[in-house]
Structures are given as C-alpha cells and as structure tokens.
Design a protein around this ligand. Structure first.
Ligand SMILES: [Zn+2]
Length: 557
C-alpha cells in the first residue's frame, strides 16, 4: 500500500513537471467545454489529433515547449467544440455563382458582377442570387441600371432569395426580345418603369420563361472540368472551415472514395459520415455492409453513417403528412412516401442488420408512423442502442413527444427551418397544431437526445443562424417580442450542446467528440463574440476566428 502510494506520488510529480510537450496550446480563453464535470476553462493543450489537457494557464503552461508548441493567445475570446452538422447535404459549390444572400447595400451587387465580368469571357452567362430587396437599406426592388454599366457584353441573371423573381440586365432583355411593348405572360409580370414604360429588369414568376440568355456556350476540356470540379469541392470545404463546421453527417449519399482521396492529399478539413438509403433490397444492403466495414464507426474521419428514408414531403409544398388536412388546402393531408407496411418492413430489415436508420419526417402523422416502426423493430429484433433517428421531426402530436426518449430515438432537427417556416406554418396547419412544431424544448425536457444541423443547402451552413433560431425563434430580419412559441426557446448553452455533443451522440461518437476534454478529438472554434453575453441581433453576426480540426488549424481569419 505504501509502495503503491509512493509510486503514484513520484509518477504524478514527474508527470506534472515534464509532461509531453503539446503541439498546440490555446490560452487566455473563455472555454465552454460542454463537459459537465468541468464546464469552464481558460486553456487547452493539444497533441496530434487529441486534447491532452484542459484547465487554467498554470496547468497548461507545463505543456508548452518554446520551440515546438504553437501558442494561440485567445485574448479572452470564446472557445467551444467545433460545430457538428448532423444533417447537411454537403457537396461541391458552384464557383461561378454570385452569392448575394443578406445583401443590404445594393451597390454590393454592382461590385460583385463587375468582379465576375473580369473573370469570364465576353458573352459568358453570369448567374447568382439570393438577394432580398426587403433587406436593402431602401427596401426597393433593384433594377437593371444597377448592373448594366458593369456588364455590357455578358448576360446576367440574379435570382431573388425565393427564386420567384429575377433581375436581368439589358443584354438579357435584348436577347429575349423583351421590350416596353411585350405583354405580361399568363401568371407572370414584366416589371416596367411607371414613367418610361421600359422593362426594369425584374421578371416575376412565369415571365422568367421568356428569358433567352444569348449566352456564349463555354466548352471545357476534360482537364478543365477536372480542375473546376476540384475548385468547387475546395470552395465547399473552405466554406465549412470558415463557418467553424468540423464534422458533417450526410443525410443520404456522399462519396467516401473521394473523401479518402482528399484525406490522402491532406485536404480533408472536416470529418464526414456518408450514408445509404433505407431499402429492403439485399444487394444494396450488402453493398452498405461492405462500405461500413471499410469505413466503420470506430474511425474518426470518414465513416459510414446511417440508412436514410423519406416518410413525407415538406410543409412549404404542402406535402408533409398529417392526421388532418391542411387549413389552407383542405383537400389534402399530405403525401406519405410509402404505405406504413412497407416502412415497417424496411425498418425491420435494416434494424436487424444493425444499421442505424434515419427517416425524414415533417408532418405529425409521418413522425407517428416512423416512431411506430422503430417501436416495432425494437420489439421484434430486440436490439438496443440502435440510435435510430428522425430527420427534421418538425411537427409532432403531444402524445409522441415522450416516445422519442422512451424508444431511444434521436430527433435530428434544424433550428433554421423553424424561423423560415414560421412565416406560413400557422396559415397552413393552424395555431393549435403549430404548438408542437419544432418543439425542441419540449423534447429536451422529455429526455430526448437531439442533434442539430442545418439541412444545407436548403438553409445556409453557418451555425450561427441555427443558434439564433434555437434561442430566439424570431425572424432573421429582426422582430419585436418574445419569439414564436417562446416556451420552446433554448438557452445558448443548450443550443451549443445540441450542435456539438448532441450531434456527436447521434453518430456514436460522444465519448470522443463534442467536448473540450482530455482524451477528446481536438476539434474547436474560437469566436469573435461571446455568444453568452451578446444581444440577440449580434448572434448571427458572430464570426469564427479560428477553426481547428484534429489539432490542425484549418481556418484563421
Ligand atoms: Zn435534408
């Protein structure tokens, strides 16, 4: 006993005095660790891919070797685990598309088009969009004069955020033969200047069908295509790094072979789970089985995630599946994507083979059916810790809320859908049914494991929008009051937790990812604002200053 005690003391002391030097130390930080045993810290040490110590400077300084340790002085900034997007359709980004989302100053559009014209050949089509005139300082519709001076020799088409209107330049109007004398087509409008009668460049709804771009076709060689494809992938990875997203879980699809190639080249800057489809086709299931053997759960970078199915459609298109008809479309209750028996059969087979299952369900009946099928699978196959998921879990009936926790079903939710859909949710399904729409707080209180994500590219990948949505339930444009069904709001701490540890749990990685803790993967972000101490409107303006994945700095502002 005494010997053992002495051994520990000596070993402990020498370990404290001369620990293995860290590769990276962050200090002078406000660390939110998501580790309940020690939720706060000011410094962290990383060796290779892993966090080796968390604490204060006194503790961490022992890991600093002045020659080999990279040191980041966080200057008091907030450090949290890297964001893990549990539902993102991640893929190559169109590098030629001019992104205009959240533009407030219309002259920004002029600048962006000017830049693009300088890059492309005369006659080449220039596309872009996501502008929203309601966000402009003057809230007025843009007109062709904004882009004509910088694009005399190129067709330019810039879509509004909702895709229902476009701004085109005079080049396109001319190529399309649209003049002051062109009548509005059925279901569309050619916006015209009230004084001159000239088309303004705004084409609404079916008027977009009149467009003939007159664009010069660009033929790329195979080599050029390859280079472009690589650039588009680079753009996607750059976006994720800039947004602080260090893990992505694909909801179906994903190319493990390409990811492996990128990893071999040292260009894989986030961890990714690829996915299969919910099926009862044994040939395909065997293919998924070999894929998961090659990319098993035990790995940390490229893994086979789950098999994905669809139970219904969306609220926006009135195809989400409900017990009762839509208020504004009484002839339909939505569109189940398969009969219940087929769902149950597929779930039983995939579950029996030990696959994790994730099924898209928006409407309350869709969610109810999926829960029923998961319940049946657990009765028949008797497997536990399956961690089956419902993707979106948007609108529930009250009775189904406790069933998630009871059945161990994960609610994989996307907070931004709430603030996008709340604009028409009550019109579509009424106030009463909306009570349990995006009910993350009720689910959490019932003990549900929730994973947050974005559903990129339906919504932007930027996690700050999700955090804003989760804690405010308010419109992005700002809104008075307490938010939509404010009893469902989360605290910032809860929201960050679901976006990190919650998402890690959904992929069976909570014992090594999603916390800033010794023995965890060193995935972290340093933010320019302290999310815990800022006003609501600053949440979405918060930027990532550093993104660290597996101890490597993949983005630095
Ligand atoms: Zn999706």
């Amino acid at each position: 006993m005494t010997l053992l005690f002495v051994f520990f003391v000596i070993n402990g002391c020498s370990g404290d005095r001369n620990p293995e030097p860290a590769d990276l130390v962050i200090h002078n930080a406000k660390i939110f660790t998501v580790n309940d045993e020690a939720p706060k810290a000011t410094a962290v040490a990383v060796k290779g891919e892993w966090i080796i110590a968390v604490g204060d400077y006194e503790k961490i300084s022992k890991y600093i070797n002045s020659e080999s340790t990279k040191i980041i002085d966080a200057e008091g900034r907030l450090v949290i685990p890297g964001f893990n997007d549990a539902h993102a359709h991640f893929g190559p980004v169109d590098i030629d598309y001019i992104e205009l989302r959240y533009t407030t100053d219309p002259t920004f559009i002029t600048e962006k088009v000017k830049e693009k014209v300088a890059e492309v050949k005369p006659g080449q089509l220039i596309r872009g969009g996501h502008w929203e005139h309601e966000m402009f300082f003057d809230k007025t519709w843009p007109a062709k004069e904004l882009i004509d001076p910088v694009s005399p020799d190129n067709p330019v088409i810039l879509s509004r955020a909702d895709g229902h209107s476009v701004l085109v330049n005079s080049y396109v109007l001319k190529a399309s033969g649209i003049t002051k004398n062109t009548p509005n087509p059925y279901g569309g409008e050619i916006d015209k200047d009230p004084e001159t009668g000239e088309p303004t460049g705004i084409l609404k709804e079916t008027a977009q069908n009149l467009i003939k771009t007159g664009a010069v076709k660009i033929d790329y060689s195979d080599e050029e295509k390859k280079i472009r494809s690589e650039k588009e992938w680079d753009a996607a990875f750059d976006m994720a790094a800039r947004d602080g997203v260090t893990s992505i879980q694909m909801p179906g699809g994903g190319d493990a072979v390409y990811m492996q190639k990128r990893k071999n080249e040292g260009k894989l800057t986030l961890r990714i789970d690829v996915a299969g489809s919910l099926t009862d086709d044994m040939k395909r299931l065997q293919k998924y089985d070999s894929l998961r053997k090659e990319y098993p759960r035990e790995k940390n970078w490229i893994r086979f995630g789950y098999v994905k199915g669809f139970m219904d459609g969306t609220l926006g298109s009135a195809t989400a599946f409900f017990f009762k008809p839509f208020e504004d479309k009484p002839e339909t209750s939505g569109l189940p994507q398969m009969p219940y028996d087929e769902l149950e059969k597929k779930v039983l087979i995939c579950d029996s083979m030990g696959f994790q299952i994730g099924i898209h369900a928006i409407g309350s009946k869709a969610n109810n059916w999926v829960l029923n099928a998961y319940e049946k699978a657990s009765e028949v196959n008797g497997r536990d810790n399956s961690r089956h998921r419902i993707e979106h879990a948007q609108i529930l009936i009250k009775e189904d809320i406790p069933r998630f926790a009871e059945l161990g079903v994960i609610a994989s939710m996307q907070p931004t859908h709430c603030i996008t859909d709340k604009r028409f949710c009550e019109k579509r399904i009424g106030r009463e049914r909306s009570k349990y729409a995006y009910p993350w707080k009720s689910l959490l209180n019932a003990g549900t494991k929730i994973a947050f994500g974005t559903d990129y590219s339906v919504e932007p990948l930027n996690p700050m929008e999700g955090l804003f949505a989760a804690v405010t339930r308010k419109d992005r444009m700002g809104e008075e009051g307490d938010g939509w069904f404010p009893e469902e709001k989360l605290s910032m701490e809860e929201a960050i937790r679901l976006y990190t540890l919650g998402a890690a749990f959904a992929q069976f990685m909570e014992e090594r990812k999603g916390k800033i803790k010794e023995g965890y993967l060193a995935d972290m972000v340093i933010l320019d604002h302290d999310l815990f101490n800022i006003s609501e409107e600053k949440i979405m303006k918060t930027k990532v200053d550093y993104t660290i994945v597996g101890g490597r700095i993949v983005f630095e502002r």
